[in-house]
Design a protein around this ligand. Structure first.
Ligand SMILES: Cc1cc2nc3c(=O)[nH]c(=O)nc-3n(C[C@H](O)[C@H](O)[C@H](O)COP(=O)(O)OP(=O)(O)OC[C@H]3O[C@@H](n4cnc5c(N)ncnc54)[C@H](O)[C@@H]3O)c2cc1C
Length: 278
């Protein structure tokens, strides 16, 4: 017998799939769905599931030896003092925002990236311009490779190769890993529900329906690896929730609608227009 709990029951459970796992796609004749295990004590069968567990900072392999000592974005807001020097590994929007702020607070900051990209900028002419403008203020080691990182108990020693092929090294009080984020799917066993993962570990899904293949799993937010922005997560959550609620063999599935508009909520990184999905 399939026991479908009401929404109220589901939401009364704290951390619904926090440490649980998606067990399997139901093979029931009348209801397609997903079995969930919540901790070790509760099993839930649902017509459809929305997974919106966000993403976490990724620590690149070069920082593995000192991983336990490396800071990520959330850690910075717990710092109780300003270090004298910081290495920022990654020149995406988070690394640049935090690093630039620290620089303007008087911290010696060096940015490292194996690429020449800055933030979310995609237009080559604008990238060049941003490199000139930001490079005039910040120490940007673009197209560099971090070769070795060690910690002597007091500071980090970073050895790197510059874009011109020169070997350099410097010491830093702290390192911020800002080299991208990966979906929070650890331990969820989402594949058991028939969901495929791409090379980044992102569930393969239709980015208009937010549905994973033909499964009864829907995804939303930073987990999806699109634009990691709050209003996008909001849109995707509405679409995924709406489609998940309608999901069954008999109901018609409705495509959600994204809002496209001028955006300028993020200081210093406004962007506009449509992306390649439209
Ligand atoms: C430093 C920083 C600055 C940002 N600045 C901006 C900005 O200025 N403007 C903007 O629009 N966006 C900004 N963003 C992005 C914005 O925060 C995200 O796009 C948004 O929070 C994504 O929402 P989400 O619900 O997908 O993920 P989250 O907000 O990360 O929520 C995911 C939730 O799922 C929970 N969770 C994780 N694993 C599990 C599990 N196994 N089971 C159940 N629950 C789980 C987490 O604890 C968390 O509560 C910023 C992000 C960062 C990191």
């Amino acid at each position: 017998m399939i026991n479908i709990l009401s929404d109220q029951s589901l939401f009364s459970e704290k951390c619904l799939i926090k440490t649980g796992e998606i067990l399997r796609q139901c093979a029931h004749t009348s209801v397609r769905g997903v079995d969930l295990r919540v901790h070790e004590h509760t099993e839930v069968q649902a017509h459809a599931v929305v997974v919106a567990s966000g993403s976490s900072p990724w620590v690149p392999p070069q920082l593995e030896p000192v991983k336990a000592l490396v800071s990520v974005n959330d850690d910075v807001f717990e710092w109780t003092d300003l270090p004298e020097s910081v290495a920022v590994v990654g020149t995406g929007v988070i690394g640049l925002e935090l690093g630039q702020a620290l620089h303007r607070l008087g911290v010696r900051v060096t940015f490292f990236s194996p690429f020449d990209a800055l933030g979310p900028i995609s237009d080559p002419a604008v990238v060049t311009n941003a490199q000139e403008v930001l490079g005039a203020e910040l120490d940007l080691q673009l197209k560099s490779s971090v070769d070795e990182v060690e910690h002597d108990g007091t500071a980090f020693r970073v050895a790197w190769t510059t874009s011109a092929g020169e070997q350099r090294q410097a010491t830093f009080d702290r390192i911020i890993a800002a080299a991208g984020r990966r979906p929070n799917l650890g331990g969820m066993n989402i594949e058991a529900a028939g969901v495929e993962l791409d090379h980044r570990g992102v569930p393969v899904h239709d980015d208009r329906m937010m549905q994973c293949g033909t499964s009864s799993v829907f995804v939303a937010g930073d987990l999806c690896g699109h634009l990691p922005l709050l209003h996008e997560a909001d849109d995707e959550g509405r679409i995924a929730g709406s489609n998940a609620a309608r999901f069954s063999r008999t109901s018609r599935r409705r495509s959600g609608e994204r809002r496209w508009r001028w955006r300028s909520r993020i200081p210093r990184w406004p962007s506009s227009g449509r992306d390649s999905r439209t």
